[in-house]
Design a protein around this ligand. Structure first.
Ligand code: MN
Length: 239
């Protein structure tokens, strides 16, 4: 039975085409998998678990719950867009929230899972912002604001980040090779799977004389994609 990895779906009510692809994937290919890992940015944004009742969010959570019923176990990692996903979300779709990084044994190969944003260390401004918003204090304070105000603030942040992205050099928004190698070394040279950069690829890193493989997951802006892992190895396929 296969283990599937997806990330960077950026689901929102404004992209019905890809939502349809995702719902079909949950009813189809995902159903027969053993485990489904969502490595961050499932949603375009998440304002807090008190937004679970919003119709689009409810439809996604319902589809995930339906998929996991008699289907694969669901494992969800926070992305930079949906790091406010909490225990109520996880309970509603019968998923387990996993930390970043998360390591596991995958058919005998030690494998490290990450969203990928922490590897983009050249983007100093982003790392500063990330450090600020990922503290328990920030989270608590932000979640205490009224939902409508949180959505407003998130909208403004997204606009700012889109503007900043246009002025940043593309290589700044990719992973830093040194950061990748440090991670591989610290975790015993595992295989690494991450998303976030929207640059799907299979890379090889030579670290301390060892060869490590790094898989970068595709985003779901156009067609989407799934990394499939089973006894035979790894391959990417369309959802
Ligand atoms: Mn991301």
């Amino acid at each position: 039975m296969a283990v599937l990895f997806i990330s960077d779906l950026h689901l929102s009510a404004s992209r019905p085409e890809i939502n349809r692809v995702f719902f079909e994937f949950l009813r189809g290919a995902a159903r027969s998998a053993q485990r489904l890992y969502i490595l961050g940015d499932l949603f375009e944004y998440w304002a807090g678990d008190d937004d679970l009742g919003e119709p689009f969010n409810a439809s996604v959570v319902g589809a995930l719950a339906e998929c996991s019923r008699g289907g694969p176990s669901l494992h969800v990692m926070h992305g930079n867009r949906d790091f406010l996903l909490g225990a109520d979300f996880a309970a509603a779709c019968n998923a387990r929230l996993i930390g970043d990084p998360h390591s596991l044994d995958l058919f005998g190969t030690r494998t490290l899972l990450m969203h990928g944003d922490t590897l983009c260390t050249d983007d100093v401004d982003y790392q500063r912002f990330r450090a600020e918003v990922r503290t328990p204090a920030w989270r608590k304070e932000f979640l205490s604001l009224p939902l409508a105000l949180r959505k407003e603030k998130i909208g403004a942040l997204r606009e700012r980040s889109e503007k900043e992205k246009r002025s940043k050099a593309p290589e700044i928004m990719d992973v830093n090779r040194g950061a990748v190698e440090t991670m591989l070394r610290e975790h015993g040279y595992p295989r690494l799977i991450h998303g976030h950069t929207h640059r799907p690829a299979r890379h090889q890193h030579r670290v301390d004389g060892r060869t490590c493989e790094r898989w970068v997951l595709p985003d779901w802006y156009e067609s989407g994609g799934v990394l499939v892992c089973d006894e035979k190895g790894y391959r990417t396929q369309k959802p």
